[in-house]
Write a protein that binds this ligand. Sequence first.
Ligand code: GDP
Ligand code: PGA
Ligand code: MN
Ligand code: MN
Length: 612
Amino acid sequence: MNDVEAALDAAGLTNPEVRAFVKEYAELTGAARVEVVNASDDARLLEEAVEAGELERAGEGRYYSRSYHKDTARSEERTIVATNNESDRGVYNNWRPASEMKPMLHDRMRGASEGKTMYVVPYLMAPAGNTLAPWATGVELTDARTVVLHMIRMARVGVQFVNELDDPASFVRAVHVTGDLEHLGQGTDADQRYFVTVADERTILHFGSSYGGNALLGKIAHGLRQGAYDGWASKKFLAEQYMLIGIHDKETGKDYHICGGFPSASGKTNLAMMAAPDALGDRYHVSFYGDDIAWLWVDEESGRLYGMNPEYGVFGVAKDTNENTNPNALASVAEGTDCIFTNIAFNPSTGEVWWEGRTKEPPADRHGWLDWTGAPIADRKDNDTAPWAHPNSRFTTTLDNVPNIADDYDAPAGVPIDAIIFGGRTRDREPLIRAITDLAEGVYDGLTLGAEATSAAEGKEGVLRYDPMSNRPFMAYGEGDYAQHYLDVVGAASEQPIFAHVNWFQRDAEDGHFLWPGYRDNLRPLLWLLQLKNGEVKGRSTAVGIIPTEEELNLEGMDIPAADLERILSIDKPRWQQEMGFREEHLGQFERMPEAIWEAHRRVASALDDEA
Ligand code: GDP
Ligand code: PGA
Ligand code: MN
Ligand code: MN
């Protein structure tokens, strides 16, 4: 062990509380040395990672990594929120007592970084100077260099963020220990992994993975779980799995901001990177603020609901990203961006990369190509249909590389929120868009978001499940308390955002094709929503919200079969009536669900019965 004090001195890390934290875990994990990281260390760390074989070059200024084959997605089952108060137990947060989990994690971490470097990564999950910055500071300790390189892309990283704290103890203590990935029994009864947020102690202890969603503690554990808990405990803010976009109308000069929650791998990043459809591009521009997390609060001066993206980069799904679906995403991972790909197909001899949906057919010349596990494609049998890239393969790139990044993405103020939308992969029932103008009905709608699980989490792809506000994997405290807090925060705003539920994924019952082309065309229903809020269109009222008439939806320059359009703009009443029974059961699981939410449920149910 090098002298920890000396390493911290040399790095100018002066915060005494951080120093004590580093010393405690350096001792516990048995790391051979400590190294403090600033964003400016990126180029050197990239070189070191290439030399060590942790990354490979994929052309000029692009990198490739492969994760352990049993470590490719977030594990929801192994993720736990622990506190000292059992009333924090919810249905989804896998609550356990802090007194049980901390010693258990410490036991697993003891000596587990032997021989390795423990990197000290001080970070800020907010634009500097933002009103929520006091809750956004943290230090991640990690024994994996690739995790450091991802953190530098996904968060603002540097010692200044902890040296400048008013209260030196007010940072999140985040510890990541990789463990011996080949002997952790992933997915078996003997699974050794634990991903624990000790929320009331602002301490995050993750053991047994180096995959982004489990190992980038600033992003998910702090940005979502810890942020949610802190936002509730302080009564000040919401931390949500939301994308956040700006829509600029060049004709009127107006700017709008929409945020919204879709479960992982259900379209947030694509929506945030959206290039307007060609026919609408002269008038509208979509700008990227965030694609996975938004923190929301009421701005003291204006009284309006504001939002900001705590992250500094994009951790995006590769599958189906191509020139048509998402040209901005491709530009953000072009050569020279220093992006990092994980678990896609790779040709080390040419530096080329490929994933399903990148082009219609995989590269014709299979020579030199390796699938995501590292196995040569050329050795495959002809009838082998296994994907070349893992379905949850990803790219990591900083916001600066995103072509449609908002000019003011880094401004401390954040942006006023005009609309909050919820959505997910739902193959039937959910129309293209239904707008909701009442706060309690909007929150009720978010709480009853039902969608298909995706490959972003281990296990259950395709299974329909409720995913409240798309936060099911990140829920930090009881769902009833969460609903009340949501009502309180948004309800305090002087101007109420409009809510909507969207669905880009409705399918034809017979051949399974998507009824809506999606991607860039998703701007069209969002423009309708803003027009509705402005009183420029009226829509058609239904029991479950206001839906656009065919005439109101701007379909200029787009081809959609009339039958498909009709389907996605109609309400399947029998299915909805059946759904109301499921919702009753779903909501009934939660303690302290506010009466306002039950009233909203009963209003929708009786409106459906009246219509039928
Ligand atoms: P996120 O994980 O919520 O950020 O979702 P992404 O934007 O990364 O998208 C996840 C997957 O859904 C990718 O494979 C996308 O290509 C696909 N996807 C995104 N938007 C649409 C859409 O509007 N229609 C269809 N059919 N697929 C989409
Ligand atoms: P996603 O982000 O929502 O873009 O998939 C990563 C995650 O939630 O694991
Ligand atoms: Mn996410
Ligand atoms: Mn995403």
